[in-house]
Design a protein around this ligand. Sequence first.
Ligand code: C2E
Ligand code: MG
Ligand code: MG
Ligand code: MG
Length: 274
Amino acid sequence: VIKEESRNDFQLFKHSLKKGFKERLRLETELHKAIKEDNFELHFQPQYDLQSNEITGFEALCRWNHEEMGYIPPDRFIPLAEKTGLILEIGDWVIYEACRQNKLWQNEGLEKVKVSVNLSAKQFLQRNLVERVSEILEETGLESKYLELEITESIAMSNERYIIDTLKEFRELGVQVALDDFGTGYSSLKYLSQFPLSKIKIDRTFIQNQNKQNIAIVKTIIHLSHALNLKVIAEGVENEKDLTFLVNERCDEVQGFYFSKPLPANEVLGFVNV
Ligand code: C2E
Ligand code: MG
Ligand code: MG
Ligand code: MG
């Protein structure tokens, strides 16, 4: 009986493995197709300065607009895109499209607003990235100070010297770099002082679950950022209570559903009343 059961377990296991593999293969094939057919879209979520109460920027968030499945969120395809290397092509498109879109808004009267673009670790470690970004700025006509790149602590797993040099090159170019999802990765505090960054983004898990520990962590990240001359933004602000807490703690900027969901590009000007 035991034998029979374990054999069934194995069949089940094999079956689900096969299914998972097929599923992945299918998604990968579709991802290739999506790149060729230009099926990605950017949505934009506003970021607010808590002193001026003004929008300082929009984070560009990638969506895959699938003809049958509708919008596929990035968490479902970015990891696969990273594994297969397709992220380089998708990411290049994202930077270009974000810059192009921001320049268009500027021409329509939405001025002095940054666009933030998420970079995967693989993308950041691409040898020609700074050159490519500079080329994109030139081609789209966007000034470098209106572009911000968001990296995560996952890049810290690679060559420290290379990271610092790359960040310095971005600083010289005038492009700002924020450290996204701060507090969830492996990075040491040493990096915070050594990496030439402009901003820290506190991960939304610390905002959304305001227990004693997380409150202490958020306060500490804000104080630490300021002591290191970095701006600090909180993600995942969903209600008045979250906001009040962050205002009281002197957080610089906020972003979250309380203000707006990520918006399709054609809704942005209406949203800001331009
Ligand atoms: P992220 O960069 O940390 O982006 C913030 C995510 O939090 C977005 O999810 C946004 O919609 C969501 N969010 C914003 N405010 C709230 C809130 O108040 N409550 C809750 N529950 N969620 C909120 P999204 O768009 O699904 O993106 C997920 C992640 O996918 C991003 O996290 C980023 O790591 C990655 N991603 C998105 N677009 C790109 C891209 O173009 N390139 C790369 N490499 N990664 C991307
Ligand atoms: Mg981000
Ligand atoms: Mg984040
Ligand atoms: Mg994230």
